[in-house]
Write a protein that binds this ligand. Structure first.
Ligand SMILES: C[S@@+](CC[C@H](N)C(=O)[O-])C[C@H]1O[C@@H](n2cnc3c(N)ncnc32)[C@H](O)[C@@H]1O
Length: 403
């Protein structure tokens, strides 16, 4: 006999065995035919959970842990005392090595399901690669060089609870770079302010504090791939201090730049990939970047490259306006939503010898893999990197060539 409920509702507590990890930082469990997404658990654990929310049309339920009945051998005590309440990290309870295996499973599953990928044709180690830790004694910690704090009605800065606007009071964030100085920000009063963003450059020890949504021209200097980069407030730069180097190396390794080759760098930010490409090949580079300040930074950063042009405009418009281009290689590094058909189709119509796609969301990449296949480009090689330890996020770099 069990006194557990038979028709699950929000608030019910049941005991389940946890199934595979799913995209989004949770694992899947099943109970009486219902799918539950449970955070802060691991595959094969036996866990008592409380149902917290019903998904659209009742297709699934969300649940949180009440008690771990049988823990996984990969479970650890979270290094952060706010883990579980703060919505920032998903995997603080998992060994760092197992976090990477979970992310590799998610990449494989998303590309298989959404991209219809046949893995026998693809050069991938199957691993999510580590990048060097900021402090080797603090694996997976102190890497975040940009932190956005929410400010509550009392003017106190903190981080936000998962799927909520509630601001949690904190005095540290163990993934924040030490230059961020979380304690100083969270012990300062910020009356009438909605958010405070801190960006730091460990390359130069600079720190920028932006009150409210990032604007203005304050800029930090970054160093990567043997060059210096100006990055103004609101302009994009990878948050892990090792990320830019790791991604440049992967993109160049996959694209194999040749002397004089023409690169189009879509969603180019402050010109990272174009700058390295141009300085290695001496060829033409076109950077397309929609954020005006970032595009101005790219102009500055590429000033030594006579064949570099920066196009401060939407990628969707550039690829249509410039349908006659014939670049040798295209790099695209879109935001989380991915490139979508409206960009993939015209890029494929340029007929480049290679397309390298840098993706921060494996679901968007999976969808776009299918579009590339439709327009004659097949995925041939993949690398994936753990640029966001303790969170579910993972960065992938994919190489496409003409079928
Ligand atoms: C993930 S970042 C990549 C930046 C750069 N490749 C790097 O590695 O530093 C994406 C960039 O695309 C820009 N962006 C987003 N949507 C865009 C669009 N539709 N058209 C042009 N740029 C866009 C953002 O401003 C941002 O700089």
């Amino acid at each position: 006999m069990t006194d557990e409920p038979t028709t699950l509702q929000v608030g019910d507590v049941v005991t389940v065995t946890i199934g595979p990890v799913a995209h989004g930082g949770h694992c899947v469990a099943r109970h009486e035919g219902r799918v539950l997404f449970v955070r802060h658990v691991l595959t094969d654990e036996r866990v008592q959970v409380r149902v917290t929310e019903e998904g659209p049309k009742g297709r699934y339920l969300r649940a949180e842990v009440v008690e771990i009945v049988e823990p996984s051998p990969f479970r650890v005590n979270p290094p952060c005392r706010f883990a579980g309440s703060c919505g920032g990290c998903d995997f603080q309870h998992v060994t760092v090595g197992e976090q990477r295996r979970l992310k590799a499973q998610v990449v494989r599953e998303q590309l298989t399901r959404l991209g219809k990928v046949d893995w026998s044709d693809i050069d991938w180690s199957g691993e999510v690669e580590a990048v060097p830790d900021v402090d080797p004694e603090l694996a997976g910690l102190r890497w975040r060089t940009r932190v956005r704090f929410a400010v509550d009605a009392a003017g106190r800065a903190g981080l936000v609870r998962h799927r909520s606007h509630e601001v949690i009071a904190i005095d540290d964030c163990v993934i924040a770079h030490s230059l961020v100085d979380v304690e100083e920000i969270t012990t300062t009063q910020w009356p009438g302010v909605q958010e405070v963003s801190v960006t730091v450059s460990p390359d130069t020890d600079e720190r920028s504090v932006q009150v409210g949504p990032a604007r203005g021209r304050e800029s930090l200097q970054r160093k990567a791939a043997g060059r210096s980069w100006q990055v103004s407030s609101g302009g994009f730069w990878q948050v892990h201090p090792q990320a830019a180097d790791a991604l440049v190396a992967a993109v160049m390794d996959l694209a194999q730049p040749q002397d004089g080759e023409h690169l189009v760098d879509l969603y180019g930010g402050v010109g990272l990939f174009a700058g390295v490409w141009g300085s290695r090949t001496g060829g033409r580079v076109d950077v397309v970047e929609g954020h005006r300040t970032a595009a101005s930074d790219a102009e500055v950063n590429l000033a030594d490259l006579p064949l570099a042009r920066v196009h401060p405009m939407a990628v969707e418009r550039f690829v249509v306006d410039q349908a006659a281009l014939r670049p040798d290689v295209v790099v695209l590094d879109p935001p989380r939503v991915g490139a979508k058909r409206a960009v993939v189709a015209p890029v494929a119509a340029w007929r480049p010898r290679a397309v390298v796609y840098v993706a921060c969301d494996p679901a968007a990449l999976g969808r776009d893999v299918a579009y590339f296949a439709e327009f004659g480009y097949r995925l041939v090689a993949l690398r994936a990197f753990d640029l966001f330890p303790m969170t579910h996020h993972v960065e992938s770099v994919a190489l496409f060539v003409l079928s």
